[in-house]
Design a protein around this ligand. Sequence first.
Ligand SMILES: Cc1cc2nc3c(=O)[nH]c(=O)nc-3n(C[C@H](O)[C@H](O)[C@H](O)COP(=O)(O)OP(=O)(O)OC[C@H]3O[C@@H](n4cnc5c(N)ncnc54)[C@H](O)[C@@H]3O)c2cc1C
Length: 248
Amino acid sequence: MAQWLDAKVVSRTDWNDHLFSLRFSCENFPRFKAGQFTKVGVEQDDKILSRPYSLVSGPNDNELEIIAVPVEDGLLSPKLHTLQIGDCLKIMSPATGFLVLDEVPKSRDLWLMATGTGVGPFLSILATDEAWQSYDNIILVYGARYQHDLAYMPLIEDWLKRYSDRFHFVPIVSRENKDDALHGRIPTLLKTLSIQQHVGLDIHPSHSQVMLCGNPDMIEDATQTLIELGLAKHLRRSPGQISLERYW
Ligand SMILES: Cc1cc2nc3c(=O)[nH]c(=O)nc-3n(C[C@H](O)[C@H](O)[C@H](O)COP(=O)(O)OP(=O)(O)OC[C@H]3O[C@@H](n4cnc5c(N)ncnc54)[C@H](O)[C@@H]3O)c2cc1C
């Protein structure tokens, strides 16, 4: 049964002046699947103001973590941005959502494509042994406006060292030119095959599964491009290769 649990901020990471992660303790939070989200809220006027947030932490982590940005004129996210260690939160139990490996048909390659805070569920998935045991290649395509908006780089670099034969990372920035990142938007770079050439792997319905998360425009345009490459949206009743989660 869905219920609110009390949680307390145990740490926060400010990746820059707007992008931040909150880590919190929440006793008795039930085990979740990597890639799921839950509602995070604060008490206000005897009510709980809440929004869904994907869990960045893996299912074996004993604390929960989210990544967010304070949306201009947003009701909750600017409040979350001000929280400090020891502050209280409300967390909806249990977590839910279908952007999980259980829902993805088996394949040789797993492509995880995110913009901004949409990288969260993929970091949770990459924190599981299941992910590393299930695919020949895992490719994380991570788009942001500027290089300093790419969060969790130490963690990603750690996986690159640990799984150097299987893990490929494609950072993409849209508003500056950087030698170590592709420049542009994910859908365009898929269409021009730049991402595939950068990795040295093609995207083909016979051996690729793609998970998309984040900005709805990126998801819509990337889906269209992937359909042109021969892939189809994945539905339980009609298996395909594209699984997605829109944040708004
Ligand atoms: C399944 C799911 C998972 C989500 N996971 C995350 C997450 O892990 N991290 C996260 O930051 N957000 C996530 N979101 C979005 C989040 O729930 C809120 O919508 C967001 O934090 C804004 O809330 P707000 O109350 O401040 O803004 P509101 O007053 O509710 O205004 C909403 C508007 O904010 C904009 N917006 C929403 N999210 C973003 C964003 N991430 N970046 C830029 N603009 C945005 C959109 O224009 C949207 O219409 C998720 C949403 C869904 C549906």
